[in-house]
Design a protein around this ligand. Structure first.
Ligand SMILES: C[S@@+](CC[C@H](N)C(=O)[O-])C[C@H]1O[C@@H](n2cnc3c(N)ncnc32)[C@H](O)[C@@H]1O
Length: 433
């Protein structure tokens, strides 16, 4: 890979914009690329990876950038580029002074840095996760979060088997293999472009993290059932649920974001699903969904959350979230869960899921729900997966961790509505007046 001086300047300008944290980093990067259409595919890759490396290792890089000279953002982006293109390539296009500085940085043993710099997490997140995972678990998680996530696919069994998808990819010169847990998941080597492949356009596969795929197996919808995906977004999980239902029954895809649901439409068209009904709602209490109350067999709540389980992909989230934004999310999560539960039939199943690692968004929401909904009980996630020949036991609630499972971080709990109590002849239907 050749690196031009002007590319470093471009990346530095973009970094300044990203580090204001006023918008999600991926949106800022996309906007920059739209404004600079002459940048080629490889150049975009270099710039984006360098920006994301700085976001992943911001505390460590800020510490290292205390030495050296020149603008602080220039030093940060040089450290990002050193990670992505390597010191040799970078040294050829920087000043002698910068080259000497990079050489000195390369001599520093990362293990000698203060722990906070190695964790690269704000203290409020680091402290919470330490209480959850212990010192060693936290360090392993932090190390895993320093690398980009792999590219996972889900074979769409309505159109092709996993083996057929693998063959099609191989014929296109793309390497990959199966993953340990989800039955239809594939993990690719590198980040090949996929959208021009015929197999993609024909709906044989979708891009989806293996962890995200597993949530559909927890809900385990059956053919012919009435199912709601309450926070469907761009429909990644809706598509997986629809495939398990073999496109039968009814699958409502709800979301408050018209923009996100609109992104789902072309994916649905490719997938071959004909049982999905997308509905834009104005809130979790929208009157439009009242008619579904008590009629639904299974509900997925993939709740809006801090997204801290996806830090490999969205490393800016750790700098953009705060205890205050978390508290706001918790109120929303509890409200969505309560509203979604009202849709379930007796004996119906709800799965509450997040891509967060924080107990406040996960176990605490579930515990509060169960305390106020005596007609629900916690199901056993490991047993439900096992019944589908998925050997993954993280306890009664599913907790996926990047350093342990190679997936994004996910949490999911099965909330099973109890069967309706049968009225007996001895019980009066209503209290006597
Ligand atoms: C974690 S994302 C869902 C991702 C999606 N399930 C997927 O697999 O691609 C959470 C979604 O919840 C939606 N949302 C936020 N508030 C909501 C509400 N009150 N009712 C329904 N959806 C809501 C957001 O617009 C967002 O799309």
């Amino acid at each position: 890979m050749k690196l031009h001086r002007f590319l470093i300047g471009q990346a530095e300008t973009l970094l300044a914009d990203v580090l204001t944290f006023t918008h999600p980093a991926d949106a800022v990067v996309s906007r920059f690329f739209r404004a600079h259409p002459k940048l080629g595919h490889a150049e975009r890759g270099v710039i984006a990876e360098a920006i994301f490396a700085v976001l992943r290792r911001r505390l460590e890089f800020a510490h290292l950038a205390q030495s050296g000279s020149g603008a602080p953002n220039r030093r940060l982006i040089l450290l990002g580029l050193m990670q992505t293109v390597g010191r040799g390539v970078l040294s050829a296009v920087v000043s002698d002074e910068e080259k000497a500085w990079l050489d000195r940085i390369a001599q520093i043993d990362p293990a000698s840095l203060p722990e906070r710099m190695r964790l690269n997490l704000p203290d409020w997140i680091g402290d919470t996760l330490r209480a959850e995972l212990g010192d060693e678990g936290l360090m392993q998680l932090a190390a895993a979060l320093n690398y980009p996530a792999p590219l996972d696919l889900r074979a769409n069994t309505l159109k092709a088997t996993r083996e057929q998808v693998l063959d099609a990819l191989e014929n296109a010169g793309i390497d990959g293999g199966t993953t340990p847990y989800a039955p239809e998941a594939l993990r690719l080597v590198g980040k090949p472009a996929l959208t021009r492949l015929k197999a993609f356009q024909d709906g044989w596969f979708e891009v989806q993290d293996e962890g995200s795929q597993l949530l559909a197996y927890l809900l385990a919808p059956k053919r012919g059932e009435m199912v709601v995906d309450f926070c469907a977004g761009a429909g990644g999980k809706t598509l997986a649920l629809g495939a398990l239902m073999r496109s039968s029954g009814r699958l409502y895809a709800l979301d408050v974001s018209e923009r996100r649901l609109a992104k789902f439409k072309p994916r649905m068209a490719r997938s071959g699903l004909s049982n999905v009904h997308p509905i834009v709602i104005d809130s979790e209490n929208d009157v439009k969904i009242r008619r579904l109350g008590g009629k639904i067999d299974r509900v997925l709540v993939d709740a809006p959350c801090s997204g801290l389980g996806t830090l490999r992909r969205n490393p800016d989230l750790k700098w953009r979230q705060s205890p205050a934004s978390l508290a706001e999310l918790n109120v929303k999560q509890a409200s969505i869960l309560a509203a979604a539960a009202r849709l379930l039939k007796p004996s119906g199943r709800l799965v509450y899921a997040t891509c967060s690692l924080l107990p406040a968004e996960n176990e605490a929401i579930v515990a509060a729900f169960l305390a106020s909904h005596p007609d629900f009980e916690l199901g056993d996630a490991a047993a439900v997966l096992k019944s589908q020949r998925i050997d993954l036991d993280t306890g009664p609630m599913l907790k996926l961790l990047p350093h342990r499972h190679g997936t994004d971080g996910f949490f999911a709990a099965i909330l099973q509505r109890k069967a309706a109590a049968k009225a007996t002849a001895a019980e009066p239907a209503s209290e006597p007046a």
